[in-house]
Design a protein around this ligand. Structure first.
Ligand code: PEP
Ligand code: MN
Length: 347
């Protein structure tokens, strides 16, 4: 990793470093932060001669040699000071809440518009709504691109930024062109490296954020963080890690709740952790406790399914969506706990 003395390299300096690393079979990947740009050396960067030549350049502050499987996502990386701001809220400075329906029903858009308004009033910072849906059963509703218009209309009405899952490469451009702020990678695609690369490439020059769910069958924690590295490697470090429960399930729950991995993630990576208690436990009555547990474990935020009338919802909503009153209470308590944990006085 090349850290320049100034906020970024000039085009001439970039050409010079590119020529040096190319000689050694490597490439340069700029990682554009809000203030500073740093430059990852992609390839085998251990070559001493290359490092010496780069270190000798007058405009290079230092070369970081982090030997980590995820050198950008690593807590020791220069990106550790990177902050993700969405719609005016900065993760890490306040508890960040994403809420909304599992699935937008294209036939009954008013439920989503009402849900959007309700989650805003409950204190959510970002609205979620499924357009394309990964469903276990191929005969159930698979989502509908028409729902994207409903999602964006709800965003206009409430002023909330939106998050939606993209399941395949073709969805990425459609979602970005519509104005989606946060692309969600679902638990089934968390290890789909070609999709991760496609997203990384597509958002490289944008403010877009990625909410990366933990894979249902993911093993070691490094596997999760490395999935984020696939995206970061293209230059946009706006990556949020989202534990959402794993298989096999804990008897009675939908999955095995995994909010407890939050401190482990935080030891290894600077990336914010937003826990999804809804898919973790899978039943509305268990969601508030799981949400609070996540905050107690140090989560930076929550992603909660909510619907004004869960029994009229589709997808997961009838089972696991919180009604707006329960959502509001959960958010209030979670914010208090978040503040308590950080010793911040609640104003
Ligand atoms: C969802 O967010 O509705 C969803 C399908 O999530 P996951 O990928 O975690 O199952
Ligand atoms: Mn869902």
């Amino acid at each position: 990793m090349i850290l320049p003395k100034s906020n970024r390299l000039t085009p001439e300096q970039l050409t010079e470093v590119t020529e040096i690393v190319t000689e050694f079979g490597c490439k340069i990947q700029p990682i554009i932060g809000a203030v500073r740009t740093i430059y990852a050396i992609v390839g085998d960067e251990r070559e001493e001669l290359m490092i010496n030549r780069l270190e000798g350049l007058p405009y290079v502050e230092r070369i970081d040699r982090i030997q980590s499987p995820f050198k950008l996502m690593d807590k020791r990386s220069d990106l550790a000071t990177h902050r993700i701001t969405i719609g005016g809220a900065t993760l890490g400075e306040e508890l960040f809440v994403i809420a909304g329906a599992c699935t937008i029903d294209p036939k009954n858009p008013n439920y989503f518009y009402e849900t959007a308004q309700a989650v805003k009033e409950a204190g959510a910072h970002m609205l979620r709504g499924g357009v394309w849906k990964p469903r276990t059963n191929p005969y159930t509703f698979q989502g509908d691109v028409k729902s994207l218009d409903i999602l964006m209309e709800a965003s206009r009405r409430t002023g909330l930024p939106v998050d939606t899952e993209v399941m395949e490469e073709g969805h990425i451009k459609v979602a970005l062109d519509a104005g989606v702020t946060c692309l969600q990678i679902g638990a089934r695609n968390a290890l789909n490296y070609s999709l991760l690369r496609a997203i990384g490439r597509a958002i490289a020059e944008r403010d877009t954020v990625v909410l990366l769910k933990r894979g249902i069958h993911m093993g070691p924690i490094n596997e999760f963080i490395s999935a984020g590295e696939y995206i970061a490697a293209f230059g946009n470090p706006n990556i949020i890690l989202c534990p959402r429960g794993t298989a096999p399930s804990l008897d009675g729950y939908r999955n095995h709740p995994d909010e407890s991995i939050t401190p482990l993630l935080k030891e290894k990576t600077w990336a914010p952790v937003v826990v999804d208690p809804s898919h973790s436990v899978g039943k509305a009555s268990y969601v508030p406790a799981c949400a609070l547990a996540a905050v107690a474990y140090g989560a930076d935020g929550l992603c909660i399914e909510s619907h004004v009338s869960p029994s009229h919802g589709i997808g997961d909503d009838p089972k696991q969506a919180l009604t707006p009153d329960v959502l509001a209470e959960t958010i209030t308590q979670a914010k208090q706990l978040w503040a308590l944990r950080r010793g911040v006085k609640i104003g």
